[in-house]
Design a protein around this ligand. Structure first.
Ligand SMILES: Cc1ncc(COP(=O)(O)O)c(C=O)c1O
Ligand SMILES: [Zn+2]
Length: 420
C-alpha cells in the first residue's frame, strides 16, 4: 500500500489524509509507491491493450478505486524527432516531448487527472490553486468534469490571455491578486488553513506529482530506452522532480537500466534554483521580484525547490539560465523548423542547448529530450507583440505580389519578415 513520506524527516502519513506538509518539520511530502506490489501487478497486466496515456500506468498511481478516475484523455503526447532543429544546434538526436498536446494544452493535465481523482476519492467538493496560468486552466477543466467548485488565484495582469480564458470558460471562481505568483500561493495556503474543506491542488500536493511522473514512463517507452538528458523548464519545481521520480520507479521495477541526467532551465530573472546549483548549495535564496517574458515560470520562491535540487544533484544533472531574448528566439526557431508552437516557458530548454553544448554539459551524440511543457496559443500575445500587426492590402494581385516580396529568398524573409 502506498503512503506519504516527508522528504526531510521521513515522517509518514496515510494516503487518505488531507495534508500538504509534514506535521513534524514542515517539509514537503511525496507518495511512496509500493514498488514490489507494482512489480507483481505489471507482470500480470497487459500494457499492450492500453494506448500511451497517464492511466496506462494505473498500477503506479495512488488511486484506490478506478471508478473515481476523472479523465479527459491526458498523456500520450508525441515525442518528436527534430532533425532540422538538431542540425541547426549541432546535435545528433534531439527530441521534443510536446506536452501542448494534452487536453488543456499543458503537462499540468497529467497531474490534475490524478489530483482530481484523488479529490473525488477523498470526497471533497471544492478545489483551489494559485497559478501562473496553466494550472488554473487545467484545474478548472478537471473540476468541471468532476462537478466540483474551482477557485483560482493568479497574479494580476501576468498570465497569458488564453490561460485566463480557459479558467473563465470552465467556470472557475477567479481572483487576480495584486502581486506575483508567490503572493497568490501564500494566499491559497492561508485560505486552506482557514477552510479545511477546500482541497489544494498546486504541485505541493503529492498526488499531482504522481500523475506528472508518467512523462518519464512515456519517454522511455517511446524511445525504447532512457534518454541521456532530459532538459526541462523549472518554475515551482514540481515537474522536474516528478519526471525524476518516474525514471527511478521504472528502474526499481526493472524496466530500465540507465537514467537520464536531469537538466533544469530557468529564466535569468527568476532563477533561485540555478543560483543555488551554481553555489553547490542544498538550499535556495528566494527572489523577491522575479521577472521574465516566460510568465509560466515567473516564480521566485518555488515550493518544490528541495525535490528539484535533489533530482539535479542525484542524476548528476545541471541547471542553467537563459535570457528573455534567447527564449523568444528559441520559441520562433522551434515553431519555424519543426512546426511545434510552444509557449515561451516551454522554449527555455531549446534556448539553453547551444550553451550546454559549448560548456560540455551535453555531448553532440547524446540523445536529448526537451520537454515543451505548454502550447503557444495560450500566450499568443507574445507573438503579436514581437511580429507586430500583419499587413492589410486591397484584393489587388499586383499589390499583393509586391508586398509578399516573392523575389526575396524565403530564408531571408523568415529571419526578418517585418522589416523586409
Ligand atoms: C508551460 C510551463 N512550463 C513549465 C512550468 C514549470 O513547471 P514547474 O512549476 O513544475 O517547475 C510551468 C508551471 O506553471 C508551465 O506552466
Ligand atoms: Zn518532516
Amino acid at each position: 500500500m502506498a503512503h506519504l513520506k516527508c522528504i526531510e524527516c521521513d515522517g509518514t502519513y496515510g494516503v487518505n489524509e488531507i495534508i500538504y506538509k509534514c506535521g513534524n518539520c514542515g517539509g514537503i511530502l511525496e507518495v511512496v509507491t509500493d514498488l514490489e506490489e507494482v512489480h507483481k501487478k505489471i507482470s500480470v497486466n497487459k500494457w499492450s491493450d492500453t494506448s500511451l496515456s497517464v492511466w496506462r500506468y494505473a498500477d503506479f498511481l495512488p488511486v484506490n478505486d478506478r471508478v473515481n478516475i476523472v479523465t479527459l484523455n491526458e498523456g500520450g503526447t508525441g515525442l518528436h524527432r527534430c532533425k532540422r532543429l538538431a542540425e541547426k544546434i549541432g546535435l545528433k538526436k534531439l527530441f521534443i516531448k510536446f506536452e501542448g498536446e494534452n487536453p488543456t494544452g499543458s503537462f499540468k493535465d497529467r497531474g490534475m487527472t490524478v489530483g482530481i481523482s484523488k479529490a473525488r476519492e477523498l470526497g471533497v467538493s471544492t478545489v483551489i490553486c494559485a497559478s501562473t496560468g496553466n494550472t488554473s486552466a487545467s484545474l478548472a477543466a478537471y473540476a468541471a468534469k468532476a462537478g466540483m467548485q474551482c477557485i483560482v488565484l493568479v497574479p494580476a495582469g501576468k498570465i497569458g490571455v488564453g490561460k485566463l480564458a480557459q479558467a473563465m470558460a470552465h467556470g472557475a471562481r477567479l481572483v487576480q491578486v495584486k502581486g506575483n505568483f508567490d503572493d497568490s500561493l501564500d494566499m491559497v495556503f492561508k485560505i486552506c488553513e482557514r477552510n479545511n474543506q477546500i482541497y489544494l491542488l498546486n504541485s505541493i500536493n503529492p498526488f499531482r506529482i504522481e500523475g506528472q511522473k508518467t512523462i518519464a514512463f512515456e519517454v522511455t517507452e517511446q524511445l525504447g530506452i532512457s534518454p541521456d538528458c532530459m532538459v526541462m523548464p523549472v518554475g515551482n519545481a514540481g515537474n522536474i522532480s516528478a519526471a525524476w521520480k518516474g525514471f527511478n520507479e521504472f528502474e526499481a521495477v526493472g524496466l530500465i537500466k540507465t537514467k537520464p541526467r536531469m537538466i533544469g532551465i530557468q529564466a535569468e530573472g527568476a532563477s533561485p534554483i540555478v543560483n543555488a546549483y551554481r553555489k553547490k548549495q542544498r538550499t535556495i535564496e528566494p527572489i523577491l521580484s522575479p521577472e521574465t517574458v516566460a510568465t509560466a515560470i515567473r516564480i521566485g520562491n518555488p515550493v518544490s525547490w528541495m525535490k528539484a535540487l535533489n533530482s539535479i544533484y542525484d542524476s548528476k544533472g545541471h541547471a542553467e539560465t537563459v535570457s528573455d531574448q534567447e527564449i523568444l528566439d528559441a520559441q520562433r526557431l522551434l515553431a519555424q523548423t519543426e512546426g511545434i508552437f510552444a509557449e515561451p516557458a516551454s522554449a527555455t530548454p531549446i534556448a539553453s542547448l547551444r550553451n550546454l553544448l559549448d560548456q560540455g554539459e551535453i555531448e553532440k551524440t547524446d540523445s536529448v529530450v526537451c520537454v515543451a511543457t505548454g502550447h503557444g496559443l495560450k500566450d499568443a500575445d507574445v507573438i503579436t507583440r514581437i511580429f507586430g500587426k500583419p499587413i492589410e492590402i486591397e484584393a489587388d494581385i499586383d499589390a499583393i505580389e509586391k508586398s509578399l516580396n516573392l523575389l526575396v529568398k524565403y530564408d531571408k524573409w523568415l529571419e526578418d519578415p517585418v522589416s523586409i
